[in-house]
Design a protein around this ligand. Structure first.
Ligand SMILES: Cc1cc2nc3c(=O)[nH]c(=O)nc-3n(C[C@H](O)[C@H](O)[C@H](O)COP(=O)(O)O)c2cc1C
Length: 392
């Protein structure tokens, strides 16, 4: 099967990965209402194309934080590429660099920020999980600064472990334990066993959380790691204040769904917010980020950059997000699925498919430049259930 689109990449990854790994990446939380809503909300946004406009020589290139971008897309932090491909983060980061888009390395990644910074010559962002012991996270911030990461992304929407029942059912909770079920699952996927697990075992050893300080840098099967990753339940706006003092470059707050939170982030000096419900992986009854977007854009009022993620699967989704006021989108699962199929080549395919779709859709919509993507492309006032007047 040749992948024609990002949905096909997902299906191919489903066949290749052990079920536990695939579901860990693919699924949402609880009854998966938010996961479905993320896609359905994009479907409810309708576009109004211009006819008879010269669209020859159009381009998806744009800028973000004053620096060029090949298309209005960045790779979201997931920390899971190393589970789907041997040293998957490095492969994914290289693909992002070649595609001219930023790669966000997650705190929970299995490749260190030192390795990524030395091996990848592209735009790099670092996503920060706050540890209960703040000094651990602040030391990571200092490392990211020293290594030249361009932006720091604070995850704001996951202070408590979300309820992902399928992981427990699949024997795929962290710390990872081999159960009879996971053993059968893995042995039914020999290609993954040979190309991922075996390469780790024979090469660098089982994946570790390489960004953690040495004393916590255990493999994914060890309890100390899970404990160290223990959610920082007292994460608050005070942490944003501190990070703003510590971090001199772009500060991005990820996981904003309320206009007043966006306003507060801006007041505390954030350069950008990511309107996100974590890809439908935290609170199951949120509105879709694409539906909330106009209200947040209004609240921010041009004082900071608004990005969005959760459910972007088509070039037209990117056009819709930008027409609703986002500067760019992040994608999470699609590039993981690409990485799962062929490492860097597969991740490049995912980003290439998205690029081709954005460019094609821009042509069909009568657009030559990303700056031509304006609210008047929306066929109606922003979706039912949203308020374009932007109030809090
Ligand atoms: C497997 C997986 C792991 C993730 N890990 C993190 C993480 O460590 N930190 C974070 O801020 N977001 C994390 N996310 C959320 C993504 O950054 C992003 O918000 C989401 O995937 C976007 O939705 P999409 O997958 O529909 O594109 C994760 C998402 C997935 C699918």
């Amino acid at each position: 099967m040749e992948a024609q689109n990002l949905h096909d990449l997902r299906e191919l990854a489903r066949r290749r990965l052990p079920r536990g790994v695939f579901e860990y990446i693919d699924r949402g939380v609880e009854d998966e209402l938010a996961l479905r809503e993320n896609r359905e909300a994009f479907g409810r946004v309708k576009l109004s194309p211009h006819a008879l406009r010269d669209v020859a020589g159009r381009t998806c290139a744009t800028t973000l934080f004053g620096t060029p971008l090949a298309m209005p897309v960045a790779v979201a932090p997931t920390g899971s590429a190393g589970l789907v491909w041997y040293q998957g983060e490095l492969e994914l980061a290289r693909a992002a660099a070649a595609a001219g888009v930023p790669f966000t390395l997650a705190t929970a990644a299995m490749t260190s920020m030192e390795t990524i910074a030395s091996e990848v010559k592209g735009r790099l962002w670092f996503q920060l999980n706050m540890f209960v012991d703040r000094s651990i996270s602040h030391a990571m911030v200092a490392r990211a600064e020293r290594l030249g990461f361009e932006a720091l992304v604070l995850t704001a929407d996951c202070p408590v472990t979300p309820n992902r029942e399928y992981n427990a059912r699949n024997g795929f909770a962290l710390p990872f334990r081999v159960t009879p079920r996971s053993l059968v699952d893995m042995s039914l996927h020999p290609r993954w066993m040979a190309s991922v697990l075996l390469r780790y075992v024979l090469g660098t050893g089982l994946p570790k959380y390489e960004n953690y300080p040495p004393e916590l840098r255990t493999t994914v099967t060890r309890f100390a790691t899970a404990k160290a990753a223990g959610r920082c339940e007292d994460l608050s706006w005070d942490d944003v204040r501190t990070l703003r003092r510590l971090w001199p470059r772009a500060l991005i707050i990820k996981g904003i769904l309320r206009p007043e939170d966006a306003r507060r982030a801006v007041e505390l000096g954030a350069d950008a917010v990511v309107v996100s419900n974590h890809g439908g992986r935290t609170v199951d009854s949120t509105e879709a980020p694409v539906a909330v977007l106009p209200r947040i854009v209004d609240a921010v009022g041009g004082r900071a950059t608004v990005l969005m993620d959760s459910g972007v699967r088509r070039g037209s989704d990117v056009i819709k997000a930008l027409a609703l006021g986002a500067r760019a989108v992040l994608v999470g699962r699609p590039t993981l699925f690409g990485t799962a199929l062929a490492g860097q080549r597969g991740a490049a395919q995912a980003l290439g498919l998205l690029h081709a779709e954005i460019e094609r859709e821009m042509g069909l919509m009568g657009l030559r430049e990303v700056s031509d993507i304006t609210p008047d492309l929306l066929a109606q006032a922003p979706m039912a259930g949203t308020r374009a007047d932007g109030g809090g």
